[in-house]
Design a protein around this ligand. Structure first.
Ligand code: PLP
Length: 223
């Protein structure tokens, strides 16, 4: 199937909403994809795209047209300057040091940057993010930083695991999201779900999914 057909089919599926019948935002994860492929996806209805490497974000920035830009990867402090003012949502605020640096840079540029707090929900060594147990306190601290506006939480599920276990992790994230949302009208996004697990994430209450493979096909890192 073509990119256009994939996008249309997934958008149709997502139009049903998550388990709470809330609207779901589709973010196309565009690593390794060319501007031509990304622009085809945008013409087919994609409104939001996410890169996880700064170099790719920069290389494609001008050639891609008409979508909200998300940053979804691990961000080094010395690269923040390339993203500032160009990023609609920083999804991967995974450590306090990064929040502080993003806040400082945003203030200096006279703007407010929207961020999601990344949580290492599976307690995996290979992944970054706040521990679940400290995530709410981290949220409260970051919420108080001038230059930042916290919009919600992001997490990645472990690649393997029993369905019930993975679903319980999504529900834990949903609990955290709701606790923050109770007293904070800026909280709007729980970003969980990739091509392999997005249906399960919607069943657990995610309202933002980041899909690469199901929109563009398998990735080739060798090109
Ligand atoms: C690549 C990527 C995705 C999408 O992965 P697929 O399995 O291709 O859908 C989602 N989130 C992040 C952070 C990614 O880097």
């Amino acid at each position: 199937m073509s990119i256009t057909e994939n996008v249309q089919q997934i958008l149709k599926e997502l139009a049903e909403g998550n388990c709470f019948h809330e609207p779901v935002t589709l973010v196309a994860a565009t690593k390794t994809r060319t501007p031509e492929e990304i622009n085809e996806a945008i013409r087919a209805g994609i409104t939001d795209i996410g890169e996880n490497r700064v170099q790719e974000f920069r290389d494609k920035y001008d050639a891609v047209q008409g979508a909200n830009r998300h940053f979804i990867g691990h961000l080094q402090l010395n690269k923040i300057k390339y993203l500032i003012g160009k990023t609609w949502l920083y999804q991967s605020c995974d450590r306090m040091e990064l929040a502080e640096a993003l806040a400082k840079r945003s203030q200096r540029a006279n703007l407010v940057s929207d961020v999601l707090i990344e949580v290492n929900i599976g307690c995996e060594e290979s992944k970054s993010g706040f521990d679940y147990d400290t995530a709410f306190a981290a949220y409260e601290t970051i919420r108080g930083m001038q230059g930042l506006r916290v919009r919600g939480f992001m997490a990645m599920l472990p690649l393997a695991g029993e369905r019930e276990y993975l679903l319980s992790l999504v529900r834990k994230m949903r609990t955290l999201y709701e606790k923050a949302k109770e007293n904070d009208e800026n909280i709007a996004f729980l970003s969980m779900g990739m091509s392999g697990d997005y249906r399960l994430c919607l069943e657990g209450g995610s309202n933002m999914v980041r899909l690469g493979t199901s929109l563009f096909g398998a990735r080739n890192y060798n090109i």
